[in-house]
Design a protein around this ligand. Sequence first.
Ligand code: HEM
Length: 890
Amino acid sequence: MGISSQEMAKKPKAHLASMDYYTISLVVLPIIIYVLHYFLKKSPKTKLPPGPKPWPIIGNIHLLGSKPHRSVAELSKIYGPLMSLRLGSITTIVISSPDVAKEMFLKHDLAFSSRQIPDAFRIAGHDKLSVGWLPVCPKWRDLRKVLAIQLFTNQQLHASQGLRKKKVDDLVQFLKGRSEKGLAIDIGKAVSTTSLNLLSNTFFSMDFSSYESSVSGEVKDLAWHLLEEGARPNVSDFFPLLRPLDLQGVRRRQTMYFHKMMGFFERIIDERLRDQTGANEDVLGTLLKLVKEDELTLDDIKHLLIDLFIAGTDTTSNVLQWAMTELLRHPEKMTKAQAEIDQVLSEGQARSIEESDISNLPCVQAIVKETLRLYPPVPFLVPHKADCQENLILQASTMEYYSISILLIPIILIFTLHHLLKNSPKTKLPPGPKPWPIIGNIHLLGSKPHRSVADLSKTYGPLMTLRLGSITTIVISSPDVAKEMFLKHDMDFASRQIPDSAWAVDHAKFSMAWLPVCPKWREIRKILAIQLFTNQRLDASQGLRKEKVNELVEFVEDCCEKGLAVNIGKVVFATALNLLSNTFFSINLSAYDSSGSQEFKDLTWHIMEEIGRPNVSDFFPLVKALDLQGVRRRVSASFRKMLKVFDKIIDERLRDHIGSKDDVLDTLLSLVKRNELTLDDVRHMLIDLFVAGTDTTSNTIEWALTELLRRPEKMAKAKAEMEQLLGKGQSRSIQESDISKLPYIQAIVKETMRLHPAGPFLIPHKATTNVELCGYWVPKNAQVWVNIWSIGRDPNVWPDSESFTPERFLESEIDIRGQDFELMPFGAGRRICPGMPLAYRMLHLMLATFLHSFNWKIDHGLNPEDVDMEEKFGITLAKVQPLQAIPLPR
Ligand code: HEM
């Protein structure tokens, strides 16, 4: 199924060319937008609520992620409870506090009573007949009146309660049957079958669904599809002028589901009209009476029924499912509710529950309220829309220019040029999600790209294509594909996709981390391998490191005496910084209690964070020059500060004399003297070594201790291993040479790096030529992400993959040095981390010292399982909440 490399070499550059059209349109696009803005600039200013700065064109769409309710809640913490977002060309106001909601509903209810109608519901005239989507108008008022007066009055509901009771009895029968056979129950399925039947009996006096068969599937699935498509982010909603194109096919699919559902209701209505003897106490009976009295049309009824089923089935069953889930998690609350029900029902003769009992069950009511509080089935309500707001209209008209340019440019440029190219032979890229126009798949990355991409790989496979703006990105998520990449094509993938931020202060020109494989890069790697990181060199400097670790112990002992908690990440960072600075310069760069190391840590983290941040300049290289998000500007400032520190040290050494310390700096400066390196090479090499070596090390130790604090039995096992080797009490302290005799500590380090690899995508690689990989075509210049985070958690590779089990490595040969593609926290192939030999020593030395010298307690009296495990994505994965642990004497 693959294609030969010769054929590949001949492939015309159709793919790359098409990419360039995106980029061209992106150059033209801002010009048109800014020209139109210029003409509009005399319009009065509007004072929108605060919100995140929108990106050109897409606005804030990329911030929504896969769980917009959570992403938006996070944003509101920064921008306040009344916030504006720009979603494509749509201004969206987000309300996140009871006070603002109160003002909206009490003071401005009418002004906000219309709906933002998704394109998915502008089908078959539904938006013109549906009570859910109509604006406040006479027709909408009539329909609401019918609901309130004819359908959902207490009297009507009372009349149909017998039907519902019967359905609940059916559920109980079904549950009893399963329970007698000792079988588990799919709560979601049972609950949604019941809630569908409760509705279908209230409306039609008939069952739509049965517990054992999938006949019910039809309406339930249709309601689910209609809701799912309706809620799907749709480019037609973000850019209304693109609606006619229905780029994602949402309207096409929705029309099909809609007609199927409509046909289903039409058959029921026809039968009822033919057989007038049927039950008329139900909702359909009432509605048909109103048709007879000319108060409604048959079309009104069909659209009303669609509204009621879409709105009523999934919402009810979701709430019930969440309620049951919470009660199963909190058995004591379940018991309390059961006791209350028992008490109400066993008064007199034991009987089953009636709707009239609800008012006597405050605990059950409270459970429903609490479930609705935590899991509101419609987290943003059904989006409202502001009517007749002068300033919003102005905003909308400005936005239309975006839409016009969006409509014109992609259509004229991209599609015309694509058409011209359509005779070019096709290339067979690995599968992947369908890209949106212009932004491609950027919107799928969310705030934790390693997780989002891992989820996508479940659908598209371990070799997947994403289009990130104009950049083709190949994602590798299995050991087999990684093996083929590193063993068969290492050279072809050994270059880097350089982020724009790495060009700050010309860093990428000198830096070994970003240079392509070229004589200069080889030269620098050779110097590191031969002069800095040989075993002999590292053995020679181990005394310096031991001294630094002793200082760490002294600092922690002091905290221990004072009963103070230790910010693990901070002290490990300071130690790692000193281990490096002593290995390289024979000086300390930080003190534990000074703000200096924190400043250096902040600088390092900022650099890592900014380089890892999704940046429009990386997705659309032709707009790089604009540095739209200011990332390059901020990274330049951080690099300059860091260079200032190194320049001072270099100047001092040059003033003394080279050779006075016999350390790494001496070695490097003598190479400068011999013209084998330039001073700039040395300065930028130091940035690389400090940025790549500190945060990675401290994050790994922080995660290791976090995992051990959550599992005290593993911590005890590690301590026992060390006691056996080193003795207790007046024991000697640990040396780097002891590491090989501590298999459990080694296993802990491996297990930590499996679950929390410092660089989840390695440092992104790039294809330097067209490559055939596992039968697919990887085009030249494609970015390559090796998702070692998802490989490390793949249940097909690792049994019980989510659990922290160092024991799995005790009987296994798997190592972290780039030979085993299931576990490669340092990468593999030519680009493997050159600092690995030093990192290996530092990690084991510090972790073992922490465990051997102290007992540890979690701060704030937290239970082990409650320790926060949230991670934030940068080029490294750090903990969101720094680990604070209290040291106790051993
Ligand atoms: C826990 C510790 C560390 C981890 C997990 C780690 C991991 C990595 C990874 C995954 C890469 C990219 C490999 C690839 O793209 O294929 C890398 C590259 C690199 N690392 Fe490390 N690293 C660590 C510590 C260090 C230390 C201590 C140093 C030096 C002092 C260092 C220096 C570098 C450099 C310079 C590169 C870029 C190499 C190149 O592109 O040619 N790292 N590291």
